[in-house]
Design a protein around this ligand. Structure first.
Ligand code: ADP
Ligand code: MG
Length: 586
């Protein structure tokens, strides 16, 4: 008996699905490929539960007749290429003829489609790769494809799916990138019956990017230009101030195809040189238009990567194009950002580390002591202090900031060294958590004379919406303000002097990176920890002496004064004994 056999068609398709259909977002990607390839001028996407229950995509493209509609679900069935040379002149996203075959092998599919010149359309139902219904139907021109119960017949695959919110964000990433690549096609996205966006079919690239990234981000982008007979580069890179530790919002499009490419990403980042820290990454949208015959699109099962015939030329061009964009731009942070420094003392009054710090008096932002928290300890920073928990009471009233990072204080038993970020972080965290836990506590919030408006991306807005309750309980008053905008009218008093807009953007960044916690408790703790961390003074912030005194005083009232919310030490002590030993005095 021979032991080698050809596998059954539906098993082949299930195996192929393993490569092509990794998760709901890959289904969305393949279906979008098809709708754009069909010349649609409008595409609507409706998903339920992160696409696991339902993905419904409707386009007004060319549609299919009955024969093609049945054929489309066969493996290696495509209208896009006929011979290998066609790959060198490919104008479509698709070419493998695999997507519909593999998707229908692992889900329940309902297709309705009608070609322009036909009166009746076709409806086809397929379950697990088997056609269960083919019938004529009335249908608008174009194609509607409904995918239900993804992986219902491949339980092992279903196990690998993440939380629906994570799957949803993966889909949003895909839809965002296709929407940016095709500004001239209208696109709407609905998740769990909520419209996430609905964009017109005559957007310019600029409008589209603004809608997708949110105008807060768009306003910090710099346009790119580069022209060569065989290569055009355009798009945007961010001002250095938008760089973050996360590689987010980094889009590369090759002939409008969204791709990943590490060397292009590296060259964009490298062009910033010392404008951004080494472990920081800019936001960018780099479009490369070049002749199709110098790009190999057939190098990745999900078509996420391409290969260039001349990598080096592409990389050097990207790099010099980004460099010249940065060089010709005034990179000073925008006026609204300049006005509200993170530390109230990081102001022009104390910018020069060699001049003695002066307490700023005039402007609102430079008057940190108007807030009740900062006011209290000033008259006598150490009066009535309970020292019992601190080793060595009776501190010397002279506080010293060193390295713009540590605070050194003399006590009876030795030297206390504080980490200014950790101290401040602990204090802010405790204020926020106490407000959050005792929900009705009053007196620790501050109304804003001018509300702060956040113009977010759909991605950021989803994350903010998930944490809105926690933020409200911690003292924020935030309302939805149409689309993906929010209005902040009240903030926790302890944060009232800081750049709230910047801080919120930073915590959204943090939260986007760490999506996995599902428990509500740890979710609120997480956002309060991030909030404290992002608001606290950083290493390098020059602090005023009274500010240091108030901070140390406040730390003593904290429930836990030894570690920051992440568990790092807030202070360490070097005793006189230890010092004597080190200097061999004993
Ligand atoms: P590919 O896109 O690689 O050709 P698919 O399996 O995705 O393979 O689709 C098979 C064929 O079905 C396509 O080549 C196209 O002719 C047709 N098709 C799929 N989706 C659509 C659509 N939305 N509108 C019109 N035709 C479609
Ligand atoms: Mg396709």
């Amino acid at each position: 008996m021979p032991k080698i056999r050809i596998l059954q068609e539906d098993l082949i398709n299930k195996i192929a699905a393993g490569e092509v259909v990794e998760r709901p977002a890959s289904v969305v990607k393949e279906l979008l490929d098809n709708s754009y390839d069909a010349g649609a001028t409008h595409i609507s996407i409706d998903i339920q539960e992160g696409g696991i229950n339902k993905i419904h995509i409707v386009d007004n493209g060319e549609g299919m007749d009955k024969e093609d509609a049945e054929m489309a679900f066969k493996r290696h069935a495509t209208s896009k290429i006929q011979q290998i040379e066609d790959l060198l002149n490919l104008k479509n996203y698709g070419f493998r003829g695999e997507a519909l075959a593999t998707i229908s092998a692992v889900s329940k599919v309902t297709l309705k489609t009608r070609k322009k010149d036909q009166n009746l359309g076709t409806e086809i139902k397929i379950e697990g790769g088997q056609i269960t219904l083919t019938t004529e139907t009335g249908a608008p021109q174009g194609t509607s494809i409904l995918i239900e119960d993804l992986f219902y017949n491949v339980p092992a695959r279903k196990e690998f799916l993440k939380a629906t919110s994570t799957e949803y964000k993966e889909i949003l990433d895909i839809v965002d990138s296709y929407a940016i690549a095709n500004p001239g096609t209208g696109i709407s996205l609905v998740h769990n019956d909520k419209t996430i966006y609905n964009l017109p079919s005559d957007d310019k690239l600029e409008d589209r990017i603004r809608s997708i990234l949110g105008s807060d981000t768009f306003e910090k982008l710099i346009p790119l230009f580069f022209e060569h007979p065989h290569l055009e580069i355009y798009g945007y890179v961010s001002k250095p101030e938008l760089a973050s530790e996360r590689k987010k919002r980094q889009y590369i499009f090759v002939n409008k195809r969204p791709i990943n490419n590490r060397s292009i990403a590296f060259n964009v980042k490298d062009a910033y040189g010392s404008l951004i820290p080494r472990n920081s990454y800019p936001v960018f949208l780099v479009f490369l238009d070049l002749p199709t015959n110098v790009v190999d699109v057939n190098v990745h099962p999900r078509k996420e990567e391409v290969k260039f015939s001349n990598d080096q030329f592409i990389n050097t061009s990207v790099r010099s194009c980004v460099k010249s964009a940065l060089n010709r731009t005034d990179l000073t942070p925008g006026a609204q950002d300049k006005g509200v420094p993170r530390s109230p003392f990081a102001s022009p009054f104390v910018k020069n580390p060699f001049s003695p710090p002066t307490t700023p008096q005039t402007t609102k932002t430079s008057k940190p002591f108007s807030d009740p928290f900062w006011n209290a300890p000033y008259a006598d920073p150490f009066g009535g202090m309970d020292d019992t928990l601190t080793p060595g009471s009776g501190m010397n009233s002279n506080f010293l900031q060193i390295h713009n990072l540590y605070i050194v204080a003399e006590t009876e038993t030795g030297l206390l060294i504080y980490d200014q970020h950790a101290v401040h972080e602990r204090i802010i965290y405790e204020q926020l958590i106490s407000k959050h836990q005792k929900k009705n506590q009053t007196g620790q919030t501050q109304g804003l004379l001018t509300p702060i408006v956040l113009n977010l991306s759909a991605q950021e807005s989803t994350i903010l919406a998930e944490h809105l309750e926690t933020l409200k309980e911690a003292g924020f008053e935030i309302e939805e303000f149409g689309g993906n905008s929010y209005k902040i009218t009240q903030v926790p008093a302890i944060l009232s002097q800081f750049d709230i807009k910047g801080i919120i953007h930073e915590i959204l960044d943090d939260l986007e990176e760490h999506q996995e916690t599902k428990k509500v408790d740890s979710q609120s703790n997480k956002i309060l920890t991030y909030l404290a961390c992002r608001s606290a003074y950083k290493a390098g912030d020059l602090l005023h002496q009274e500010e240091i005194a108030a901070m140390i005083e406040k730390l003593k009232l904290a429930d836990i004064e030894y570690t920051c919310p992440h568990g790092r030490p807030v202070k360490i002590e070097l005793t006189w004994k230890e010092l004597s030993r080190m200097f061999k005095r004993t």
